[in-house]
Design a protein. Structure first.
Lengths: 359, 359
DNA sequence: GTGAAAGCGCTAACAT
DNA sequence: ATGTTAGCGCTTTCAC
């Protein structure tokens, strides 16, 4: 049914060995004319290597496992895309599995991936990290992207939350704000800790004393942003701006402030974090710092591939920096706005609208 | 290094064949005690089948290819999740590849998937559908989910846009609206045609004459919603509600109406379509009809698996219905609101906040 | 520069 | 109910 090496071998008269050497891109020497001929025949016959056979023989699948908490979580798709784009360049594919934040599912998924003989595994967002014996024994490289909990861990790629918070604060301070309310994430997320440290340190660098009453607790959800903003307004000395440490809370905060009769940004500025899609279509458009999901994924794939090719070698936590997107909610001059790039899907639609008539 | 059937064979004294029969869940008869013993040993030794070897032998990989336009497109992750959840139940994994709306990339991806000997392929959203010869020859089942362009096609699973539009219109009419503005999608998307037909037919069913001036063109983007709403307000006879056929345009429409000095929903109601995440956090919360992405994915996987197991057999286009989510923007009574369910990630966070202390 | 042959781990046909 | 054997398609020694 499907064309095999042997078919090509018969068709060309060369042995399967030679054919293999040509078709598997081996750098074993083969006469140029021979190579040429084999390539031609393979092309016309429509040869497609049987990857199962190849992997059985070589114990390398050119496939990596990607273990995500949930493909539907907001930052997972861009992380995955970053991984895929890099892998594809090197002829690797990926098998994606969800763990649903369950150690048991995670364990089963790892077993499954190992059964598939993946060449390495990338853990996205969640990882129970109870050292998986089989995984350790397999000596397959594996690393962590955007791991949400716990402290720094080897072989992990995380966002540089400290730096991001610094960017947001620096921007607000440049805008003249001295008293900036802060709405935090849950304490056990290292992202929360990083952003808070950035907030405090940037204040210090600008010679502004940190005032703990300005720090409101939050849990990343809308209501926490709303409530936090309201509490900030009850302070004896009100802040003139609010740094909500994710976009969802920033949205809640804006509504909270508006409900209290304040205009954003005219009366009080707001900055979010993450650069979620909705920050661009909401009004006022939300100034925010990007969570560099795509870049983290790409970096992860890059490091994994290095380890797959050159052998395992631990690296220290890598931090990827995001950038500040100046929009409206902070109150900055229009001239300071960051130019926006349309989403890929939008670009595609535009092209299509102009080109493709009714099918 | 890794445990093989032969290891188990030696450890138990049974032949590899018997061991295989037990460990591959063959329904070939094996003595209960033998089975028991083999299972035990396999367990303690940590046997994990080598899927490459198995697939080389059986020509079945228990893997399906999922060819998406872009994993980052809004509806793709839930579709993929639906596919994965169903596949997982039957021990199937999936290989996900992006086509970026390019026929060439799509072609290459199919070749790649066939090389991986996937048992079937699901095309998500985009498909050039220039009948891929190798794919046809392979006789592997393949089908289409949420195909965006062109007319009805066999073996495809699409949203029931007609029905969804009907739900939205019925709701608005029940609320007393007789004159409902309509903001359309691009004409060459069948989703646009389905929604428009639902709009017209539901009007007819309720004895309301269709007025073409109420139909404004759109391209799914924010600006089209905004402009469409403004144009509707310039009509001699203004509508009392607007049905924007996706949530992004609904958002644009709401801002357009607000900029014209109208309150939503007090002065004019708005209904969107798709049930995007932001409709729940925006104010007013947007009433919308869900695009049943997850269910479409699940159905696709189900049909594909049927074909993989029982042989290819074409089916006519399957339409999956979404449901109406009554929120605030339509102006319905609070009593009529659809109860909301939190996102999986949110639930997880809540659990974690209560349980997991500092690591 | 090319070919012959072995074997990766597994399953299935064919014995027994 | 169990064992023997062949072979899936490929790569890789090892010969020549």
């Amino acid at each position: 049914m499907s064309i095999t090496l042997e078919d090509i071998s018969k068709a060309t008269g060369f042995s399967p060995a030679t054919v293999s050497r040509v078709l598997s891109n081996s750098r074993y020497p083969v006469n140029a004319a021979t190579r040429q001929r084999i390539l031609e025949v393979a092309q016309t016959l429509g040869y497609r290597p049987n990857l199962s056979a190849r992997s059985l023989r070589t114990d390398r699948t050119h496939t990596v496992g990607v273990l995500v908490d949930d493909i539907m979580s907001p930052f997972v798709p861009p992380i995955v895309r970053g991984i895929q784009d890099h892998l594809m360049q090197y002829g690797f594919s990926c098998l994606i599995v969800n763990s649903d934040w369950s150690p048991d599912f995670e364990y089963a998924a790892i077993e499954n991936l190992l059964s598939h003989s993946v060449d390495g595994i990338i853990f996205v967002e969640y990882s129970h990290l109870a050292v998986h014996e089989a995984l350790e024994q397999s000596q397959k490289p594996h690393l962590f992207v955007h791991r949400l909990f716990g402290g720094a861990v080897k072989n992990s790629i995380v966002p540089d939350d400290y730096h991001g918070a610094t960017l947001a604060m620096r921007h607000l301070i440049d805008l003249g704000h001295r008293r900036v309310g802060y709405i935090s994430g849950p304490e056990n997320w290292h992202t929360s800790r990083g952003r808070l440290a950035g907030y405090r340190d940037e204040l210090a660098r600008q010679g502004i004393t940190f005032d703990p009453v300005l720090v409101q607790p939050g849990d990343w959800e809308f209501d926490a942003g709303y409530a936090g903003a309201r509490r900030l307004l009850e302070l004896a000395e009100r802040p003139t701006a609010v740094f909500a440490t994710n976009d969802v809370m920033a949205l809640g905060a804006i509504y909270g402030l508006q409900d209290a009769g304040l205009a954003v940004p005219a009366d009080i500025g707001v900055v979010g974090y993450d650069n979620r899609d909705f920050t661009k279509i909401f009004r006022p458009q939300i100034t925010t710092v990007s969570l560099p999901a795509y870049e983290m994924g790409r970096t992860a794939a890059e490091r994994l591939l290095t380890q797959i090719t050159h052998g395992k070698s631990d690296f220290e936590e890598i931090k990827i920096t995001g950038q500040l997107y100046v929009r409206e909610s902070c109150g900055a001059d229009a001239a300071l706005r960051t130019p926006e790039e349309p989403l890929a899907a939008t670009v595609f639609r535009r092209v299509l609208l102009n080109k493709q008539p009714e099918e």
